[in-house]
Unconditional design. Structure first.
Length: 525
């Protein structure tokens, strides 16, 4: 395979969005065959500690921190480029569904900027990174997993998938036969591999999420029962396939799947994880919007006539063979591939439901608090956050039951970088319940910082003293849609008759609100 990449010797390659897992691995590969690599990335998709693990700059690539939507920045980098891999995107199905405006700017406007600047400053070839999400559930009327081929009809189910399909069409239109730049499109299937770090607030990366949940003693949540079928392909194979797409003559104006052709259900992955964590539990949660039921390839990029290689046939693909723990007592969850153990994700903290520190593990990994824990370990942290008491027309409060422990509480969460208490309140209410409230409708009625009530010790020894600004709101919009990762049920209840078992700090917050309501004075406890 490396000999086939010899055409890249001394070539100048621009990789947009190259600061993440796949892009950083691709940059290292390209440099190993003598290419000069420039990475354009905003570097805001992951916390700083994750970028240190990916190490795109550490391995010698030129890193330009900038926005692919900036024509001047893109034009300046294209003037010295021979090849381009356009991977920059808002690459998360759930996040794109929550914020279609950001998806449009990143995935549509960003792609348009790249294409327009390539028209002005041509390169030899552009490789557009797309996604198997464009297939959706496949052909209508076909039951069970399907084998997907590149020329079949496409039925995207999500904002993310739709933006990727638009990028494919626009690339074909603007880089057609009359263009001085060739193009190729690669559709990634389900990527896994070390060091796979979930993005803050993201639900992507199935393998590390399941491993994290099992290692922390939390139930592995199988959306829709876990019967969805995925084609899991290792990040090294994805990087090699993308690099080959830059140079293989047969790839010009072609679209090719990047996968192994081997189907694996989410439930099967959970079973592999559970084998290494005695007592690991599985729970079924509602299926996510935009999540396809089943994916199988009719042909995979690494096995096509265009890109098949002799060494590939000898060593085969890297399937997910098993998942394990580095050691029983602690350490990072790991993935086993090709007979050797490699780190899959990193987690140092356990979050107790109802606390300010992160709320759920889904929102915790990669958060500001998580990044602090990587530096200070389990020592006491002082954490600012917010709680929200939402009242209906009858004066009843909205309570939510934690998905992991069953205790009841108010929507709450920690502050993040560049945010304030009101930001935390608005964000947590939306993420946990699906309801939206405007900052102007938030009324601060108290603060809870009593260390006797709000100092929390986690099962792994982490200690947190929470400082919560407590808000009340009577106006909101949206529909109640509890996040299955964090919330089992939500209901309005009289403040004098809250559901049980009630999280102790919540009981204190309710008493503070009653005092504020009766006396009109801000409460501090």
């Amino acid at each position: 395979m490396l000999s086939r990449l010899g055409k890249l010797l001394n070539a100048r390659v621009l990789v947009t969005g190259g600061g993440g897992l796949v892009g950083s691995r691709l940059a290292v590969l390209l440099q190993s065959v003598g290419a000069e690599v420039t990475v354009l990335d905003r570097m805001d998709a992951y916390p700083e500690s994750a970028h240190e693990l990916f190490g795109v700059a550490r391995y010698g690539a030129r890193l330009v921190v900038g926005d692919v939507c900036d024509p001047a920045t893109v034009a300046g980098l294209l003037r010295g480029a021979d090849f381009v891999v356009h991977a920059a995107a808002y690459a998360d199905v759930a996040a794109c569904t929550r914020r279609p405006d950001i998806a449009f700017r990143s995935n549509v406007c960003g792609t348009q900027v790249v294409l327009e600047q390539i028209a002005a400053y041509p390169v030899r070839r552009l490789v557009l990174v797309s996604s198997a999400a464009v297939y959706g559930d496949g052909l209508p009327g076909v039951e069970g997993p399907q084998r997907f081929h590149e020329d079949q009809c496409l039925f995207p189910l999500s904002v993310y998938a739709n933006s990727k399909l638009w990028a494919e069409h626009q690339t074909r239109l603007m880089l057609g036969p009359s263009s001085r730049t060739e193009y190729a499109v690669v559709r990634y299937f389900s990527v896994y591999g070390d060091p796979q770090i979930p993005k803050p607030g993201s639900h992507s990366w199935m393998v590390p999420w399941l491993t994290i949940q099992a290692r922390l003693g939390r139930p592995m949540q199988l959306n829709g029962g876990g019967f969805q079928v995925r084609d899991l392909v290792h990040v090294d194979d994805v990087a090699e396939a993308t690099a080959l797409a830059l140079v293989e003559e047969q790839m010009a104006e072609q679209t090719v799947n990047v996968g192994t052709g081997t189907p694996t259900s989410v439930r099967e992955v959970a079973d592999l994880v559970a084998a290494h964590f005695p007592g690991a539990r599985r729970v079924t949660t509602p299926g996510r919007r935009g999540s396809p039921r089943g994916l199988r390839l009719r042909r995979a990029l690494l096995g096509t006539a265009a890109l098949a290689s002799a060494d590939r046939s000898r060593r085969g693909h890297r399937p997910v063979r098993a998942l394990a723990a580095r050691h029983a007592a602690g350490g990072a969850p790991v993935a086993v591939r090709g007979g050797r153990v490699t780190a899959c994700c990193h987690a140092s903290g356990v979050v107790v439901p109802g606390t300010q520190e992160g709320g759920s593990q889904v929102g915790y990994i990669g958060s500001y608090i998580w990044s602090l824990r990587q530096k200070v370990g389990s020592r006491l942290l002082l954490v600012p956050g917010a709680q929200v008491l939402l009242l209906d027309a009858e004066g009843r409060g909205l309570f939510q039951q934690r998905a992991d422990s069953g205790v009841w509480e108010l929507p709450a969460g920690a502050c993040e970088e560049d945010g304030d208490f009101a930001d935390a309140a608005v964000r947590e209410l939306a993420e946990e319940t699906g309801l939206q409230v405007h900052r102007a409708d938030l009324v601060a009625f108290g603060s809870l910082s009593d260390p006797r009530v709000h100092t929390l010790t986690y099962p792994n020894g982490d200690v947190t003293h929470c400082f919560a600004l407590c808000f009340m709101a009577r106006r909101w919009s949206g529909e109640l849609r509890p996040s299955p990762d964090e919330v089992r049920r939500v209901e309005f209840r009289a403040l004098t008759d809250p559901p049980s078992p009630l999280h102790p700090p919540t009981a204190v917050v309710l008493s503070m609100y009653e005092a504020f309501r009766d006396g009109g004075r801000f409460q501090a406890r």
